[in-house]
Unconditional design. Structure first.
Length: 267
């Protein structure tokens, strides 16, 4: 039985090239699906569109069958924090949705999620989504050789909590590469100078989840869907990053320049 490595893999130039390809494809899926996110569409239809996009481009949906997960992507709407299973839920005007995709491209995993607005959303929802994106970027911009994962978590936590949001602690970012989930675990809270010290060649995701209400989560009967215990709105963004010799590289940046919603719709 293979054991997980106890220390993060330090990747070289070939791995960087492979992850750039996987990361770009990951972002292309999210760019593509945005035009389909509108009132009246079901999360199951969004999953099917993304699944077909994978297959048409020679990629494999990483989540499909992973520990029994039944779909190709995750769709987390409103009070769902993460790992929402696509199905019959119909998107309504004012909803916010996180779409999380993890394609396998030539044996390498990309991983990214993005929030989308469904129609016209409230200022409260908009502020939550924008703050979540900004908190993620605060964490990403902390990544450099010699920094620690505690520095990353603290940057995210302090930014979010100063603005009145809670940080979900039940889920974390993770190492990635030829395996979907490996070390290190990347917490989105922490103390400066603690936890793993970063070195060039490390790959991992940063994917904070912010709630308007309390941080506690509950898992539904499907064994996957995590939602806020108090029913409050939740938002998440995720990028896959690498530690470089001089700082950080984001593998999953949008080729169309999209960052946070509302995204420009192609003519």
């Amino acid at each position: 039985m293979l054991k997980r490595p106890q220390q993060p893999v330090i990747h070289g130039a070939d791995a960087f090239a492979a992850m750039r390809k996987a990361g770009r494809f990951t972002a292309e899926i999210l760019d593509y699906i945005g035009d389909f996110v509108k009132p009246g569409v079901t999360t199951g239809e969004i999953d099917q569109i993304c699944h077909d996009y994978h297959i048409a481009h020679g990629a494999t949906p990483g989540p499909l069958g992973f520990h029994g997960y039944p779909k190709s992507i995750c769709t987390s709407v409103n009070e769902v924090i993460c790992h929402g299973v696509p199905g019959d839920r119909v998107l309504k005007d004012g909803d916010i949705i996180n779409i999380d995709v993890t394609p396998i491209v030539d044996g390498w995993f990309g991983d990214s999620s993005r929030m989308f607005f469904v129609g016209k959303v409230s200022p409260v929802a908009r502020n939550l989504v924008k703050t979540t994106y900004d908190a993620m970027m605060r964490g990403i911009n902390t990544v450099r050789p010699g920094a620690t994962l505690g520095d990353v978590g603290h940057a995210i936590q302090s930014y979010a909590e100063e603005r009145g949001y809670s940080i979900v602690r039940d889920f974390a970012g993770h190492g990635i590469g030829r395996t979907m989930h490996t070390v290190p675990q990347v917490l989105h809270y922490g103390r400066p100078g603690t936890d793993l010290r970063l070195e060039p060649g490390m790959f991992f995701t940063i994917e904070p989840m912010l709630n308007i209400g309390a941080r506690e989560a509950v898992i539904l009967a499907d064994g996957w869907t995590a939602m806020t215990r108090d029913g409050s709105l939740s938002a998440q963004f995720e990028h896959t990053v690498a530690v470089t010799e001089t700082g950080v590289e984001i593998f999953t940046l949008s080729p169309q320049g999209h960052r946070f919603p509302p995204y420009a719709v192609k003519a």
